[in-house]
Design a protein around this ligand. Structure first.
Ligand code: GUN
Length: 289
């Protein structure tokens, strides 16, 4: 069998058109959705990510405010800046690009963001909301994976989903989102012996470890949905994920490519989170006496 390709670019285009429609409707009510993006230091990869996020905002009618600071910025200066943005009613989302320079306490910075504006969903408040099933802002990459899985038409209720990877940004929230969708969830990681024994039982596999060829063709159940979060370079410098795409696509029912799968969804879900936050703020403002 040859797997159906899950097209993250096409799904992103569709979702971004919906974001643009919602942004225009909110703007027409006098509230332009606003995202603050903070970049500290001169990491070239971070600069590219931030540029892409700012462009995506511009393309969908979200006002973005980019603030770039030298690596010498102090913790208290950064916290003061976040406090100002927390209090700014024109800003609905605040994103501090990671990684931060080593002298800054990244977790303390994340915790300083108003949970209602935590569009990365990285704070313990947002993690707690996800854990308990309360409404809140979900981390963008796993939220994007859920959209990709849903786009296949699979009903997750009672299905076995295996998540490979246990990071705070992808693996753990991914497992909770799948659980919330009524899947039976197994989380595998670097200390799991015989990974294939688990993944072969899975109706859905999400791989997020950052290691080439973590999931091979003989580790997948025929017809399974395979989501590849990895971004690696192979020995020829070619971009590829954590999944051996050539082999697994012969066995799986549906699979995301790299590039063009999960990648475009991450920024798309950041835009969705910003709209959700702005609509919630506008709704709260409209109902405040
Ligand atoms: N660095 C790499 N990915 C991300 C992300 O999703 N959000 C933030 N804030 N920093 C990142």
């Amino acid at each position: 069998m040859t797997a159906r390709l899950i097209d993250g670019n096409a799904l992103s285009r569709h979702l971004r058109a919906e974001v643009a429609r919602r942004a225009a409707a909110l703007t027409a009510r006098g509230v332009t959705p606003g995202l603050a993006v903070i970049l500290v230091g001169d990491d070239p990869a971070s600069a590219v990510y931030v540029r892409n996020k700012v462009k995506a905002c511009h393309d969908t009618g979200i006002r973005s405010v980019q603030e770039t600071y030298p690596a010498s910025l102090t913790q208290s200066e950064l916290l003061a800046r976040i406090a100002t943005l927390n209090a700014d009613p024109a800003i609905h989302g605040i994103l501090v690009q990671m990684p931060l320079p080593r002298h800054l306490d990244a977790q303390a910075v994340i915790e300083a963001i108003d949970p209602a504006k935590d569009v990365d969903g990285f704070s313990t408040a947002s993690a707690g909301e996800l854990m308990t099933g309360l409404p809140g802002l979900r981390p963008a990459t796993p939220a994007g994976c859920m959209k990709l899985i849903e786009s296949t038409g699979i009903d997750l209720r009672g299905k076995h989903a295996v998540v490979v990877g246990r990071s705070n940004t992808v693996g753990k929230p991914m497992a909770l989102l799948l659980l919330q969708a009524n899947a039976t969830v197994t989380v595998c990681h670097s200390a799991t012996p015989d990974l294939g024994a688990f993944t072969r039982q899975a109706d859905v596999v999400v791989v997020a470890v950052g290691r080439l060829h973590t999931l091979r063709g003989d580790m997948v159940k025929p017809g399974a949905v395979v989501i590849d979060v990895g971004i690696n370079r192979d020995e020829h410098g070619k971009l590829c994920g954590d999944v051996d795409f050539a082999a697994v696509s012969q066995v799986a029912g549906a699979i995301t490519p790299v590039p063009g799968g999960v990648g475009p969804m991450t920024i798309t879900m950041l835009l969705v989170n910003t709209l959700d936050a702005a609509e919630r703020a506008a709704g709260a403002a409209a109902t405040t006496p």
